[in-house]
Design a protein around this ligand. Structure first.
Ligand code: MN
Length: 697
């Protein structure tokens, strides 16, 4: 582990103006906060942030980033708070640490809630300040280096898989090839241990047989180039096992058939020399025409610059060659971070400059093809991530508003919402949230969800909760009316009705509370008579029969087979009319839904009990729905209207649903007396030559 003075010296080496005292404070702070916590390796926990800070010094990053690396796990894993960090290390460091902490929260989400794609998108979205991402990549690299200490194989697998799918492509995305390669190699070893072992062994065998062939080829190249007057460095290496394995998988070939297991790098003084060196190599050895790529004149979007070519060495050995300047090389291996560090001297805007470059690159990756090529990242974004002021993470569909957020935190919070602060500013509740927003919901004690919210919320949870709350409110209002009616009904019962009689009545009606009964009365879901019977059984004997009662109470339908007092609704799907055979489905909090027996919706309600129902004797008047297809010519609509008039039926609504020349289809709601009435109308329609087709909807 790096000692405190070693770390600070490393920073001072490339930034003599760095705030030494601040770096020392950060080092001491992380050691103190992590205290006696340990890693799976048995090392003290603080060795991890210190190592990550060390990785950041390799990239020659600024003092804020080094401090962030030191502090990156303190808020997540110790009692430290962001406010505390801000008080000790300033706003900048606090913001960066907050960013890294948020990224860690996403990692901890259950896997099914955060697909790899989403995580990657979010990491990018959150990495507005790319330094957050760089610390995160360093964090992951160190965790991968120490992965073998973790005992549970499943956990090792999960972390390795995540690294392969998310972090290695991200490192590539920002041009940190050195990080990418090491992450891939370590993840590969974990994910495909057998393949890893086999390839490593074969590479060792080749090394033993050929004894330093890599060096021999490198020397050959260097001689050829020196003879042409070029002062260059040539280095060679075997490709690492993961990239060989990838080639084997991509080309469906065996190890023996992977011919290009060696790669060479030629480092030149300047750009002109790069092209000259390329010319010399191409005339000395045979080259593969399709393999030549010029990333100097057309760099990759992450800033990568190099010439690539493939040569045939000896009889059939293919070797890859990359030709570049020294400066390009640094940039290529460590991305723009290194580029910035290299050019630091002649850049007055310092860190801000390269950060801007890198942010632009990340932003520019909205070019779909380019993105897919580099990270296989889809460009559509369907989720957003927002935080509570305490830092809890909530994942919501894109387009979610402050109200959706409130309900996502807790239904109770949603129902008490009166306002919202987004990133510290008062914003309208309908404001759509962006990735990374911090949302503070303002509560009111007597607040109620507003019907109008239904116009902008998009999550099912918010929608359902608002509807429920609105219904509940309506229920209170109806119950208030019902209570007045109840007071009047009570006067008609020939006995004194007290609290006990009401309690008994509720029991008989299978209701829980006073309000249930008052609501049933207010909504005309129970007859006066049924209420009186419940209050004092036998008290209505000799009164007019029930159907009359229904008619008087304004409800023109009665249905037999229902428990007295239980409300019902005619199903919207099949629009049963008196005369149809009907059954009831018990609905949660909705009483009974009455369906025609052949309604296809019944199949979906198979789990609930079917109630055997029939129409009351004097049931008349229900709305039947017809689908009528008319020939599309003048006069046909008038003819249909004429048929309705002849059959004395009230048209409740008429809607054109389809125009499919030469036909027009209408959906018509008719207030019919009963099934016989509806059937007569259907026959009359079918008989008309204006009508192509008529049926019940
Ligand atoms: Mn960490």
């Amino acid at each position: 582990m790096l000692r405190q003075y070693e770390l600070v010296e490393r920073v001072l080496e490339y930034d003599p103006d760095a705030d030494e005292a601040m770096l020392n404070r950060a080092y001491v702070y992380t050691v103190q906060k992590h205290g006696t916590q340990t890693r799976a390796s048995g090392d003290p926990y603080f060795s991890h942030p210190v190592e990550v800070a060390g990785l950041m010094t390799d990239l020659k990053l600024d003092q804020e980033t080094i401090a962030t690396a030191l502090l990156h796990d303190t808020v997540e894993d110790t009692l430290a708070t962001i406010d505390d960090i801000e008080a000790n290390f300033g706003k900048d460091v606090a913001r960066l640490v907050d960013g890294v902490t948020k990224l860690s929260k996403i990692e901890q989400m259950p896997e099914n809630e955060r697909a790899a794609e989403n995580l990657r998108k979010f990491l990018l979205a959150m990495s507005e300040d790319i330094r957050v991402l760089l610390v995160k990549l360093g964090d992951r690299l160190h965790n991968m280096r120490t992965l073998h200490f973790i005992k549970k194989p499943e956990k090792r697998q999960r972390i390795a898989r995540e690294t392969m799918d998310i972090y290695a492509p991200l490192a590539e995305r920002v041009g940190m090839y050195e990080y990418m390669r090491e992450m891939q190699l370590l993840a590969f070893e974990q994910l495909e241990p057998e393949a890893y072992a086999t390839i490593t062994k074969r590479l060792q065998q080749i090394r033993d047989e050929d004894g330093g062939q890599v060096d021999a080829i490198a020397l050959d190249m260097k001689h050829a180039l020196a003879n042409a007057g070029l002062q260059v460095e040539v280095s060679g290496r075997e490709k690492h096992p993961y990239s060989i394995w990838k080639k084997m998988a991509e080309r469906h070939v065996s190890f023996e058939q992977v011919t290009d297991i060696m790669a060479f790098r030629v480092i030149c003084e300047d750009v002109a020399d790069c092209y000259r060196a390329m010319g010399v190599l191409h005339t000395t050895w045979q080259f593969l025409p399709g393999k030549f790529k010029d990333y100097i004149s057309t760099p990759k979007t992450n800033g990568y610059k190099s010439l690539h070519t493939s040569l045939i060495y000896g009889k059939s050995m293919r070797v890859e060659v990359q030709i570049r300047t020294r400066e390009m090389h640094k940039t290529n291996e460590f991305g723009l971070a290194a580029h910035w560090a290299y050019k630091q001297g002649d850049r007055p805007d310092g860190a801000v400059g390269w950060l801007r470059d890198l942010i632009e690159i990340v932003d520019a990756s909205h070019d779909a093809e380019e993105l897919l090529e580099h990270t296989r990242m889809a460009i559509y974004q369907d989720r957003i991530f927002a935080f509570t002021p305490k830092g809890a993470l909530h994942q919501l569909p894109k387009g979610s508003t402050a109200v959706d957020f409130a309900f996502s935190v807790h239904t109770e919070l949603g129902t008490q919402t009166v306002g919202a602060k987004i990133n510290g500013r008062h914003m309208p509740l309908r404001t759509q949230l962006n990735n990374g927003d911090v949302v503070e919901i303002l509560k009111g004690k007597n607040a109620e969800p507003q019907m109008s919210w239904l116009g902008f919320v998009i999550t099912g949870k918010a929608r359902a909760a608002i509807r429920r709350a609105v219904r509940l409110k309506e229920r209170h209002e109806v119950a208030e009316i019902g209570q007045k009616l109840y007071d009047e009904i009570v006067t008609r019962v020939p006995a004194k009705i007290g609290k006990k009689a009401l309690r008994d009545a509720l029991k008989r009606l299978d209701m829980e509370e006073d309000e249930d009964l008052f609501y049933a009365i207010g909504a005309a879901k129970i007859t006066d008579r049924a209420v009186m019977e419940a209050l004092m059984p036998g008290s209505t004997e000799g009164m007019a029969d029930e159907d009359d009662e229904w008619l008087r109470s304004g409800k023109s339908l009665s249905i037999r087979g229902l428990t007295p007092g239980v409300g019902y609704d005619l199903a919207e799907c099949c629009h049963p009319v008196p005369g149809d055979r009907i059954v009831g489905l018990r609905k949660q909090d909705k009483g009974v839904e009455v369906h025609a027996i052949d309604c296809h919706q019944l199949a979906t309600g198979i789990d609930s009990d079917w109630l055997d129902l029939s129409w009351g004797r004097r049931s008349r008047g229900a709305v039947g729905r017809l689908r009528v297809t008319l020939y599309d010519r003048p006069g046909t609509l008038a003819e249909m209207a004429g048929i309705f008039a002849q059959n004395v039926v009230n048209v409740k609504s008429l809607e054109q649903t389809q125009l499919d020349h030469p036909f027009t289809t209408y959906e018509v709601d008719l207030e019919v007396q009963d099934l016989a009435h509806l059937t007569r109308i259907l026959s009359a329609l079918r008989a008309s030559d204006a009508v192509a087709q008529a049926e019940r909807a």
